[in-house]
Design a protein around this ligand. Structure first.
Ligand code: NAP
Length: 254
């Protein structure tokens, strides 16, 4: 019997995941590694824990230390990835920050910092990666958006602006690059147990209100994102362009 082609197989693919030291980025790195991809973990913190977990999957691993608060390192990230592993097939723009304050008091620094990491760097790293991918005639870019790509939220104006902008940029890049063999899509996580949501979970009223609205009846575990990331990184999604896929326990359909 001939071997059946697995459309989710990432064997031989090279994936860059930003913010991979913790939370959703770490879970995505693990899932892509399990599917066969070599992992380049990019971030400003040590990647030791992620390295140990990814190595257990048998995947190749390389860490790049970079502060994505500016776009200065983006070209070097692509160049180092290509020089270490010989290519770059998958980019996951996961690194992100959130700042909470009432809109009436919100400060410029909190605006610029969040827009910088969540939107500006995601765009320019995508551009640097696409310059390589276009030469190969294929590539996969996965942006980590948010429910606030669809909804307003409260007390997070720059975060909502950044994630709504990221959904728009996902659609724009899909329009420009689909014809060049690059799939640009996004995942919109619901409420996940990570550092990002620590303040919400620590507030008993907000925690209860959020849980009451999630049809699945629980907060998301970062591992819940992995399958969608593998799908969007694999040939299984070759005809999917510009989608923003909610992985939210049903929050948006409530
Ligand atoms: P997290 O644990 O706070 O992870 C954020 C990641 O981004 C960390 O690895 C962080 O590195 C990295 N990062 C932030 N600023 C950076 C910078 N200047 N340079 C390099 N790396 C930087 O939160 P998370 O929930 O896993 O967040 C991952 C993504 O999911 C974010 O884009 C977030 O907006 C999105 N998201 C999360 C939720 C949720 O419910 N948790 C919902 C929707 C969307 P450090 O550890 O060094 O800070």
């Amino acid at each position: 019997m001939s071997a059946v082609h697995n459309p989710f197989d990432l064997e031989g693919r090279i994936a860059v995941v930003t913010g991979a030291n913790t939370g959703i980025g770490q879970a995505i790195a693990l899932s892509l590694g399990r599917a066969g991809a070599a992992i380049v973990a990019v971030g400003r913190s040590p990647m030791d824990e992620t390295q140990a977990l990814v190595k257990e999957t048998g995947a190749r691993f390389h860490a790049i230390r970079a502060d994505l608060g500016s776009i200065e390192p983006v070209k070097a990230i692509v160049a180092e990835t290509v020089s270490i592993f010989g290519g770059l097939d998958i980019l996951v723009n996961n690194a992100g920050i959130i700042r909470r304050a009432d809109a009436i008091d919100f400060g410029e620094e909190d605006w610029d910092a969040v827009l910088g990491v969540n939107l500006k760097t995601a765009f320019f790293l995508s551009q640097a990666a696409a310059r390589h991918m276009i030469g190969m005639g294929r590539g996969k870019i996965v942006n980590i958006a948010s429910l606030l790509s669809f909804q307003g939220g409260i007390r997070v104006p720059s975060y909502t602006a950044s994630k709504s902008g990221l959904a728009g940029v996902t659609r724009l890049l899909a329009c420009e690059w689909a014809g060049k063999g690059i799939n640009v899509n996004a995942i919109a996580p619901g409420y996940f147990v990570t550092n990002n949501t620590q303040a919400l979970r620590a507030d008993p009223d907000r925690n209860a209100a959020i849980l009451a609205r999630i049809p699945a009846g629980r907060w998301g575990d970062p591992a819940d994102i992995g399958g969608t990331a593998v799908f969007l990184a694999s040939t299984a999604s070759d005809y999917v362009h510009g989608a923003v896929i909610p992985v939210d326990g049903g929050w948006l359909v409530r």
